[in-house]
Write a protein that binds this ligand. Structure first.
Ligand SMILES: C[S@@+](CC[C@H](N)C(=O)[O-])C[C@H]1O[C@@H](n2cnc3c(N)ncnc32)[C@H](O)[C@@H]1O
Length: 288
């Protein structure tokens, strides 16, 4: 079998079995098995697969048909231009979360010179770091920062540690295990959080890729979807420096609920909501 046939056959199997984006899914697996780049998949269409590669590809297709996400099958996912190791211990980072990174960098860059003149870095806390994608993106793009990356899940932090080592930011990022801001040893300038925010009654409507494979702890936001966000808002004021900023991600139509919580727990604050590319109010910013 040659590469072009492998692509075509895999895409056909996916499409017959209701896997969306069948061509893209096929390309990801074929690329992985052959160890070729996205560009090479298009140029090396005549490359022959060995029997071993055909067998491996069949195994991966079977896993995908059982609805395991492609990112777990191949073991990595790109986020903000960088590749991260992922497995079932962590949520697969989503493209919409890149907005949180952009807004974090915007704030960090606006404060870096002033804080540097006080002889200190921008201090950042990433709450619910998972594989570390947000913390590492901020650290790589803001060398004048020091980041606390925190998660309640010890096994998620093991994945984050691997990613910090791969991207050479272990000196800049300190990993801490614990509940929300509880492990934070000092107040910080920027708090970023992508906490679970799906209502638990809505979990059953999600795709099997999410419900059967991603950690429940990473998606279950309790009865209202806002349980963890509510608890975070109760803790923020004591842990943020004057002039600081809180940024967190929410789901579609959670803006009103979040505004009520902010009015209740952060009386002087006025939240701003920032839309993602599909127009959903995705990131909430609160200044202090
Ligand atoms: C939606 S995932 C986000 C992962 C990663 N930050 C990202 O954006 O890809 C939420 C993360 O929050 C963690 N988490 C859930 N409850 C927590 C809590 N009470 N304290 C700290 N982390 C928590 C989960 O273990 C999970 O890693």
């Amino acid at each position: 079998m040659i590469l072009a046939q492998a692509l075509q056959q895999s895409a056909r199997i996916f499409s017959h079995n209701g896997i969306e984006d069948s061509h893209l899914e096929a390309r990801v697996l074929v690329q992985h098995v052959l160890g070729v780049s996205p560009a090479q998949v298009h140029t090396q269409t005549e490359q022959a697969l060995s029997q071993e590669q055909v067998k491996t590809l069949r195994g991966l297709i079977d896993r995908r048909l059982r609805r395991e996400p492609a990112a777990y099958i191949i073991g990595h996912k790109e986020f903000y231009g960088v590749d991260y190791c992922v497995d079932s211990r962590v949520l697969i980072p989503r493209p919409e979360t890149e907005l949180l990174v952009e807004k974090g960098l915007e704030y960090g860059r606006s404060r870096a010179d002033y804080l540097w003149s006080l002889k200190r870095p921008v201090l950042i806390a990433d709450v619910g770091t998972g594989c570390g994608a947000i913390a590492i993106s901020l650290a790589l793009n803001l060398p004048q920062s020091r980041v606390y990356a925190m998660d309640i899940s010890f096994s998620a932090l093991e994945v984050a540690r691997l990613n910090c080592e791969h991207h050479c930011v272990s000196e800049q990022i300190r990993l801490l295990q614990g509940d929300l801001l509880e492990p934070l040893p000092e107040p910080v300038d920027l708090i970023v959080a992508n906490l679970p925010y799906i209502r638990n009654s809505a979990l059953a409507n999600l795709s099997p890729e999410i419900t059967d494979f991603e950690p429940r702890l990473a998606i279950d936001g309790g009865p209202s979807g806002l349980s963890q966000i509510r608890r975070l808002l109760q803790q923020v004021e004591e842990r943020i420096c004057p002039g600081g900023c809180l940024l967190f991600e929410i789901a579609h139509k959670q803006d009103q609920g979040v505004t009520s919580l902010i009015n209740r727990y952060l009386r002087k604050a006025r939240p701003e909501f920032m839309p993602d590319l599909s127009g959903v109010k995705r990131v909430v910013r609160v200044g202090f």
